[in-house]
Design a protein around this ligand. Structure first.
Ligand code: GUN
Length: 281
């Protein structure tokens, strides 16, 4: 069994991005919007800003109060869409309940949508012709590649069908010729489906959800979950102690997928800058 070191893989990606930005003398800005006081969102936003520093990307934080109106938020996005200093725009989700998340996502210019959440970018991912990678799924692919595992022809099972992770994850595995099954809360005999997987990706959001009886011997197990266990400790979806001995490779939480999502965000921000330079010419 091998533990995949997401911090190490992500550090290498960020270093490559930094070197490229400095080599080409690019001036790149990422706007990060956070609304309200969700503590988990605050941690994610701080980590994204730190990654910007490492990569020589300027970050501009817009921390808005909980009672921000939809109009105020959309106005800010309009301003950022038009700003030449801002190459990427990220609005940290979830938003407070009174705000319309879908409308906010669609308001971000597709050229600056570094999360690739906008319908235009999602559609491009679907047809396999895209500029912006979906950050978390792309980070998972990098981790799988780091093990030397070939996806082509493998049984790949994704647990979870969210727009942010499950669905685009299935697409990226499919683009690499995996045989992909997407499981969800209505799946019959989930354990039996998961046991077929050579590559098992869990994005459920429940601590201890994936148990040893759901994992084939020698499988690659990628844990996208970010949960707190009964002791308040950060943990994934996978019962790590029980599952790890059965795997060829497994990601830990923390230190697995999380750092990769952020590295992919940096990569998209660089890509956004390059697209905008092209667009101007
Ligand atoms: N909330 C949870 N994951 C993400 C993400 O990747 N991007 C944004 N903007 N919000 C999130």
């Amino acid at each position: 069994m091998n533990i995949i070191d997401g911090k190490q893989v992500s550090a290498a990606v960020k270093e490559r991005i930094r070197a490229e930005i400095e080599r080409d003398g690019l001036d790149i800005g990422l706007a990060v919007i956070i609304v309200g006081n969700d503590p988990a969102s605050r941690v994610y936003v701080n980590n994204k800003k730190k990654a910007c520093e490492v990569c020589s990307i300027k970050s501009y934080e817009y921390a808005l109060p909980e009672d921000t109106t939809q109009e105020q938020l959309l106005e800010l996005i309009d301003t950022l869409n038009a700003s030449p200093n801002v190459n990427g725009i990220l609005c940290q989700l979830p938003l407070p309940k009174h705000l319309d998340e879908k409308a906010v996502i669609e308001a971000i210019s597709p050229l600056k949508d570094v999360d690739a959440f906008n319908a235009v970018n999602v559609g491009r991912i679907m047809i396999g012709d895209y500029a912006f990678l979906p950050c978390t799924p792309a980070g998972v692919m990098e981790l799988i590649h780091s093990t030397g595992t070939e996806v082509s022809g493998k049984e790949c099972v994704v647990i979870g069908r969210s727009n942010i992770v499950g669905k685009p994850m299935a697409m990226l595995l499919l683009h690499e010729n995996g045989t992909v099954t997407v499981c969800h809360s209505r799946t019959k005999d989930l354990a039996e489906v998961c046991r077929r997987a050579d590559i098992l990706v869990s994005a459920v959001g429940k601590a201890g959800f994936v148990t040893a009886d759901m994992v084939k011997d020698g499988a690659v197990v990628i844990d996208v979950g970010m949960n707190r266990n009964a002791d308040g400790k950060l943990c994934g979806d996978v019962d790590f102690d029980e599952v790890a001995p059965k795997c060829s490779y497994i990601t830990p939480v923390p230190g697995g997928v999380g750092p990769m999502t952020i590295a992919m965000l940096m990569q998209n921000t660089l890509k956004a800058k390059r697209l905008q330079i092209q667009d101007e010419q």
